[in-house]
Structure formats: structure tokens, C-alpha cells
Write a protein that binds this ligand. Sequence first.
Ligand code: TEU
Length: 565
Amino acid sequence: MDAPWWKSAVVYQIYPRSFADSNGDGVGDLRGIIDHLDHVAGLGVDVLWLSPVYRSPMDDMGYDISDYDDVDPLFGTLADLDELIAAAHARGLKLVMDLVVNHTSDEHPWFEESRDPASDKRDWYLWRPARAGHEPGTPGAEPTNWGSFFGGSAWQFDERSGEYYLHLFSRKQPDLNWENPDVRAAVYAMMRGWVARGVDGFRMDVINLISKTYPMTDGAVEPGQSVSFELEKVVNGPRLIEFIEEMNREVGLSEKHLFTVGEMVAVDVAHARAYTSARHPRLNMVFTFEHMSLDQDGPDKFRYRRVHLPDLKRNLALWQDGLAEEGWNSLYWDNHDQPRAVSRFGDDSPEHRVASAKTLATVLHLHRGTPFVYQGEELGMTNAGLTRIEDYRDIEALNYYAEAVARGADPADVLTGLGHRSRDNARTPVCWTDGPNAGFTTGTPWLPVNGNYREINAADQVDDPASVYAHYRRLIALRHDLEVVREGRFELLLPDDERLWVFTRRLGSEGLLVVANLTSGVVGLPVAELPNLDDAGLLLTSLPRAADDPQILEPWESRVYAVRF
Ligand code: TEU
């Protein structure tokens, strides 16, 4: 049987708010995407994933949806979306929508009805009375001690009925009750509508939170915290697989060869194998967070430390091995929730920025799985460089700052943490040109344009064979051209080396050797420990020319060789 199409695909993520603004209101929109589609198609990617463009009060920048069937006027109209779908298809690109169905906005009509205890939608959300023996609405009366991902309790008191509703994210994102079959039917009907409109699949937001574990009970509280973040209480609930299979069947996801990636918090390799096994009609792949937490210093998300390279290499290798026989990996460094990889794992100084962006791309794209490229990553865009709290827009960052400062933290320290790890790092506008506002908007950008846009912009890179953009194009072409990139067995070499990232891919007697220097200094290659390089063919290098001495790697240099085993 032929491998499914998505196993050779590369996905490009668009965060519409920050991609390109066509009407001067400072916010990116659908027409802006249509205008810049050739930039994306030019990379050679196969799939576009659009972060949410549905109607939304934008409390969480569109991940709080008040109408699943319409486009928010900020982004344009349904007709614009139809045009984008057609324009993408005309270029051979598939288009995947974000599916945010763990929660809705509190301004969704379903929730507005649900607020009325007598309504037949009351049970569409998770309403609970106050903790026994407590006065409703008073501190400590929350039904459980769970914390929200965005700070504070995960329960919001509603005066009218004297009950609380669950919101694992902001209080404007109430969780849906997936136990209720009417909720599930409404979600599947909505999905079928989008498929009929021409979309080619879904990226499923926090999909492993939809099945809750009942009864809901208190979780463990870490020292220094007032609420519980015991994720096991809220992830991978007992009906998750049933719901995913039901969704697959009801929408025809597998049957229609649609693309599915499930974002999954706190998922391990064994879970991922079960969710993505080809033996069942579930999901094509999942996003894991494990490699994204290795540079977090302790339990506080905003405490950054430089990653220990062996940890990062080993984690990716663990997933490669774990899903080698069954299941499938997604591969990503950047998305709209993560700081920029070149700043966190690379070296974003002017001297090493280009080389480190290329080398991070090389190692990731030569793993087995489906690579995701987040807008601006293909240009080597860096962290935002925001230094004032007034410049942040993300609810997570703003809530964290307010809470930390109220607790007595030094505001300067808090800003340092946000500077490393906040989600706004990846949300600054795409830099298109070295002109005003980097060509993103003629108005005032909703989030400041990165100060280095004169050095890092698309106009400079698209036709420059030495650019980060050109390097991504070559990596994507290599995946399309070579079966060994798609299917070859992965083996990590020199796992303990703190400077080099070295691995092989192997398909029969054919193979690849990838060698990469993950430091800003020169490093010698321990050739005696590697496959024979004498008759190896150099397929790709991060340098503009072949190396003078093959046994030496320049700072952040990487090479891909064709080798025979
Ligand atoms: O993110 C889920 C998620 O858990 C994280 O990536 C989140 O950003 C982080 O844990 C907060 O500390 C998804 C979306 O990608 C994100 O943008 C949304 O805010 C979130 O779900 C809620 O819909």
C-alpha cells in the first residue's frame, strides 16, 4: 500500500493576525494572506495551517470562538476565505483549519444560553456547585482546586445561578461538556460544513483535554502555588479515544484522507503511539510538548535556562524510536505559543543568526515525521525583544506579570522571563521588507515589529541562495525527493556530545549522515566514530560553499551526506 500523502508533506503555519495586513488596521487578514501566497508556495510546502480566523472577542487572540461558522470581520469575510482556499488549491497547497472545541468563547450563543439553569444547553458546559460547606463565590469555595493555564482558579463563579463553570484557559473560554452527545453532534456538523467548503483537515487545539475524568477531584499543589497544576487530572480522559474515533467516523476524516494533527498537552510516546497508530482511524499525528520544556528552569514556565544539548537530542530520539514502527511524529521548533527557536536553541547574534537558523532547520527536517514551519521561521526571525509590559498583548503574559508582581516579584526579573519565554515572541508581525513597519501594515501594528527588520526580512531573502529561506526550500525539496528522508530509520550517534548533533537515517543500504555543530565555536568531527566519509556525497550544507576541511565544523555549520551502509 502507498504511504498516506501527509507522510511526505511539510506544513506551514500562518498566524493570521501577524502575517500581512491588507487594509491598514494594523492586524493581519485573509487578503493579506492571499497577497503573499507565493512566498509560502515558493518554499515548496504542501499544507497551510491557519490559526483561528473565526468570530471571536479575541481574549486569547481567536482561540476563544463565538461563532464557528463565520470569519471574524477583523480578518475579512467568508468570501475572502473561499478565495484563499481556491488560491491555495490553485497552487497545489492544502488548507487546514484550527479546530478549537475543548472550549468556546463565553460570548458563544451556546454558552450564553447555558448560563440559564433552565436552558436545555445548561449541560453543554461544566457547571458545578460550590465545594460542600463553603459559601458560593467565596475564596476556597471553588468546586476543585485546579488552576487555569492562564493563572488563577479554573472555576468562575456565576452570580445568576450560584454555580461555577470550568475554564481550563481564560474565564472567557468555558470548557464544553463532551459527555453530552448533542455537543459532539454539533461539533461534527460544524466540521462537516468546513470540509464541504473545501478545507483539507484540522489542527485540533488541546484535543486531549476534551474527555474529563469524573468525579473531578482536587489535585496536588506544588510548593509556592495556591492552585493545582496536576495535569493528569485534566488530560487523556477515559473517553478520549472513543471521542476521537467518533469524530473521525462522523466527519469522515480518514475516509476522505483529511489531514489531522492533535495538539496534546502532557502526552508521552505511548499515548502518542495509541492516538496515531495506523491500525485505528484516529489522528495522523500529535504535537508533543516535551522538547519545548527542556529549557524551562523548574516549574515556572517563564524561568528560562539554556537547554542542555544532550537532553534535546535524546528527547527527539526517544520519539523517533518510540514511533518508528507504529504511529507518526510531528516535527516542530516554532509556533504561535513558543519563543523563536533561533533565540532559544540557536544564537541570534548578528554573527551567528543565519547559520544557527539553518542548522536548527537541518537537524529538525532530517528527522522522520511531518515538519511544521511557523511563519517567519523560514526567515530566521528572532524573539521580539520587548522590554516594557505595555508592549505585550498576550493574556498569558499579562496575567502572569500581574500575578507575579502582586506576589512581590521584581518586575525587571519578570520581564526578563517574559523576554525569553512569552508567546508574544513569535507573534510579532512577519517582516516582509526593510520599509516602514517591515511592510506588514500601513497602519500601527497591533504588536511592535521586531527591531531587526532591516536585517531580517523576506524581500532580502527570497532570491538569495545563501538565505535562511533558500535553505528551508532546499530542505523541503530534499524531503520530497528522497525516500530515505521520509522513511529511513533514525539513529542518534554521539548522544552525550554537548556540542554536536549527529545522526543517521537508513533505508536498506542507502543512508544519510547528518552532522551539525550546535555551538558558536569551531568543533572537530570525531570521524573515527562516524560512518566512512571517504566516498560520501555532500547533499546539503549550511555554508554557502563546501567546507575547506571536512573534519572541522565551523560555528553552527551543518552538513547532510549521502552514505552507504
Ligand atoms: O495551546 C495549548 C497550550 O497548552 C499551550 O501551548 C499554551 O500556550 C501554554 O501552555 C500556556 O502556558 C493552545 C493554543 O495553541 C493556544 O494558543 C491557546 O491559547 C490555547 O490552546 C487555548 O486555546
